[in-house]
Design a protein around this ligand. Structure first.
Ligand code: SF4
Length: 486
């Protein structure tokens, strides 16, 4: 028998998670562990613009990076810049070993860093041939069209999404809710909620009370970590009072981006009160977070997760987004899943294909690649922790990538069907017979497919007027309908 077994395509080994040394950044050279672990210190020292990034990183980054970033802010960014120190510290994390890098070395490491690639995008990252897909839209999942009260999307038969606020402690460059979330950028004027926050939450509760077929509420935004805790507790407590609700999920990327928030004693005690109430009613409360790379899983993230589990949260699950240059290989996905599972007791749950928002083509991957990645990660993780690679098809919802009905991989068009009606199709008998289309990024297509799109995909490579007009009209229709029913 041979003693030289062939290597596995992926070689598992246990890797301890680490908190990178924040004192490598000039501005944080004297920051103590107590300051670092303080949520208020983190919020007060977020990086919100190029000037503040310079103040933190200084001459470690060469001018070429700052210029690239400034151009992206002016011409492409759909999300404002907002980076808690915790997140910035996971970029180019090992670059100071062996005496420290030169500015050229640090800049190169920063450019190629996977967390930087999606949290701090620069102009040269983006595609210049097809920066946006011709069918990209601001609200690509048509969530606003399905609002039943302001911020409450009813898309699936038994579950709803409650967007309780429109801000986050961190802004991700690829945010699918770029239409609503965050402050306006040079290219995107954000939609604004019209109702006062209390009235918006009242409207959501009223809908849940009059809709007994809903049993499951995802409470999101934005990020619930940006809502004052007493307001979160008050709203979740009212949701728990609705008889038909059996599952509640709190959506917070801050569990990773600002774990200090979830370690604050008043938050931990408040979560314990909510889970006590949920348990007494037989309801489950879980946390859904959003981690895209293994480097983001640090001991502070593990501590925050442990605090939530100890406070009675049923599970902490990860919903990552599949992105080119960030995590689009089997090794990167499995490294992330094992870091989550072994290091932080976070359950790998979904990897979404990116939604078709403007200026996202450099991040998006094709359905064919997503299917290969799903195949590549099978068998290494426990079955219960093997994430599903999922396509969120407009007007359909989440579909496992292998559930596609038909796939034209030359034109990059996949066709999907569904087995329920969304809230805007209640009177549409064809909704469950129709095929719905999702589009691959054009640059991933063979030459024949790219030529077809050059001829038929009337776009200047920017957000099309048609898409902007369609999004505006759908929002106006949703607002008018709301006004007429309230
Ligand atoms: S945390 Fe979520 S909602 Fe907030 S910017 Fe990131 S992806 Fe968007």
């Amino acid at each position: 028998m041979s003693t030289h077994a062939l290597p596995q395509p992926y070689e598992y080994r246990y890797r301890p998670i680490v908190e990178p040394d924040w004192t490598r950044f000039p501005a944080w050279a004297a920051v103590t562990a107590a300051e670092w672990e303080d949520a208020q210190w983190q919020r007060a020292h977020c990086v919100k613009n190029v000037k503040q990034l310079r103040a933190v990183v200084g001459d470690l980054l060469e001018e070429r990076f700052y210029a690239d970033l400034e151009r992206d802010q002016a011409e492409r960014a759909t999300m404002a810049m907002l980076l808690p120190p915790q997140m910035l510290n996971t970029m180019a994390p090992t670059s100071h070993e062996a005496g420290g890098p030169t500015p050229a070395q640090f800049t190169d490491a920063f450019y190629s860093d996977p967390v930087r690639r999606y949290m701090l995008p620069v102009f040269s990252d983006r595609r210049h041939d097809w920066p946006s897909h011709p069918y990209a839209t601001r609200d690509s999942l048509h969530e606003h069209d399905m609002w039943q009260s302001e911020g409450l999307t009813h898309r699936y038969p038994t579950k709803v999404l409650a967007e309780v606020l429109s801000t986050c402690p961190q802004y991700c460059g690829h945010c699918t809710r770029m239409d609503l979330v965050g402050t306006s950028t040079a290219t995107i004027e954000k939609m604004k909620f019209g109702l006062k926050p209390a009235d918006r939450l009242d409207g959501m509760i009223a809908y849940l009370q009059r809709t007994p077929q809903v049993r499951d509420v995802v409470i999101s935004g934005g990020d619930v970590a940006n809502m004052p805790w007493k307001n979160v507790e008050g709203f979740v407590g009212r949701v728990l009072d609705v008889e038909n609700i059996r599952d509640i999920r709190l959506a917070t990327k801050a569990l990773m981006g600002l774990p200090q928030h979830w370690l604050q004693p008043d938050v931990v005690e408040g979560v314990q009160r909510l889970t006590d109430k949920a348990t007494s009613r037989g309801v489950q409360i879980a946390i859904h977070t959003h981690v895209n790379h293994a480097n983001s899983v640090t001991p502070l993230v593990a501590r925050a997760t442990r605090a939530m589990l100890d406070a009675g949260v049923r599970d902490v699950r990860n919903q990552g987004v599949l992105m080119g240059g960030v995590n689009d290989s089997v090794d990167q996905l499995l490294d992330l899943c094992f870091a989550l599972l072994d290091g932080a007791s976070i359950m790998p749950y979904y990897f979404y294909m990116m939604d078709m928002i403007p200026f996202a083509e450099h991040w998006r991957v094709s359905l064919g690649q997503a299917q290969q990645l799903q195949h590549g990660i099978m068998g290494y993780l426990p079955g219960f922790a093997t994430p599903r690679v999922t396509c969120d098809v407009p007007f359909v919802g989440k579909r496992w990538v292998d559930q596609v009905d038909e796939y034209d991989d030359v034109l990059g068009m996949s066709y999907w069907s569904k087995n329920y009606r969304t809230s805007v199709e209640r009177d549409d008998p064809a909704a469950v017979d129709r095929k719905y289309v999702y589009y691959d990024p054009i640059h991933t297509l063979p030459a024949e497919g790219q030529a077809w799109w050059r001829e038929h995909g009337h776009t200047e490579g920017l957000i099309t007027d048609e898409a902007m007009a369609a999004a505006a009209s759908s929002r106006a229709a949703a607002a008018a309908e709301l006004a007429s029913t309230s």
